[in-house]
Write a protein that binds this ligand. Structure first.
Ligand SMILES: [Fe+2]
Length: 246
């Protein structure tokens, strides 16, 4: 798996350089506007719980790899609840009725968001555990870059609003290690696994596809924030360095 981890690291490094993360650090823009893409994320964030429950997890794990996946899935499957509460705290609740909400989630301006879970499910539903782990590692790497940036914005915002942002804030970042499993032993166990040519090819393909769609996603989120964001809280400051967490 060493080559899989190396490919993810390379992609992660490039992912960090995307324009969305510059935007999220730009303190000349109000912090609330820098998280105002939140409604655009809805379809994917709400789907993550289902991917964990119905795609990644197996009710009868047959090997250590599947046990690792199940442990990860159990931890991650309820995080969407924090997203729902943060949406309220961010005042991202302007939609008046259910049909308008549906139209927004399934609109043209959120179409990349919707495609993420379909792509991930398409590649992983019937895949063997080691391929699922490669996908989860790539997702965790993407999440780590995002939460590093969002937690900085959330802490700025918290100073003004006195609200805790459970999804976008630091508590979520601390829980997400950036890897499938949080212990060096388990990471070592995964790193030692030798992949067959076919497994390597599948793992590389899904990693590239995941980074490709999440890269597209950052532009969708950025466009959404620029178009729909409302500057409700003013704050001055400077552009902070984005810290890449391990
Ligand atoms: Fe999470």
């Amino acid at each position: 798996m060493q080559e899989v981890f190396a490919l993810i690291e390379n992609n992660k490094r490039e992912f960090t350089k995307l324009e969305l993360f510059d935007y999220m650090q730009d303190r000349s823009i109000a912090a609330s506007k820098r998280l105002s893409f939140a409604p655009c994320m809805t379809h994917f964030i709400m789907s993550v719980g289902d991917l964990n429950k119905y795609d990644f997890r197996e009710s009868q794990p047959l090997n250590k790899l599947q046990h690792i996946i199940n442990e990860h899935a159990k931890e991650d499957e309820e995080h969407w609840r924090w997203f729902v509460t943060d949406i309220e705290k961010l005042n991202c609740n302007p939609i008046q009725n259910f049909s308008k909400t549906l139209k927004s989630i399934w609109s043209e301006e959120t179409k990349i968001t919707r495609q993420i879970s379909y792509l991930v499910a398409g590649y992983t539903l019937t895949a063997e555990p080691i391929i699922k782990i490669a996908a989860i590692e790539a997702l965790e790497a993407v999440g780590n870059v995002f939460f590093c940036a969002s937690s900085q914005v959330a802490s700025e915002l918290q100073k003004t609003t006195r609200q805790d942002y459970l999804y976008f804030g630091e508590s979520h970042l601390k829980l997400e290690t950036g890897h499938t499993v949080g212990t060096p032993e388990a990471e070592g166990f995964l790193a030692e696994i030798e992949l067959t040519d076919s497994q390597r090819q599948q793992a590389f393909e899904i990693i590239e596809k995941i980074f490709q769609i999440f890269t597209e996603w950052t532009y969708e989120l950025l466009a959404y924030a620029q178009k729909n964001g409302v500057e409700s809280i003013k704050d001055d400051g400077f552009k902070a360095d984005l810290i890449i967490c391990a």
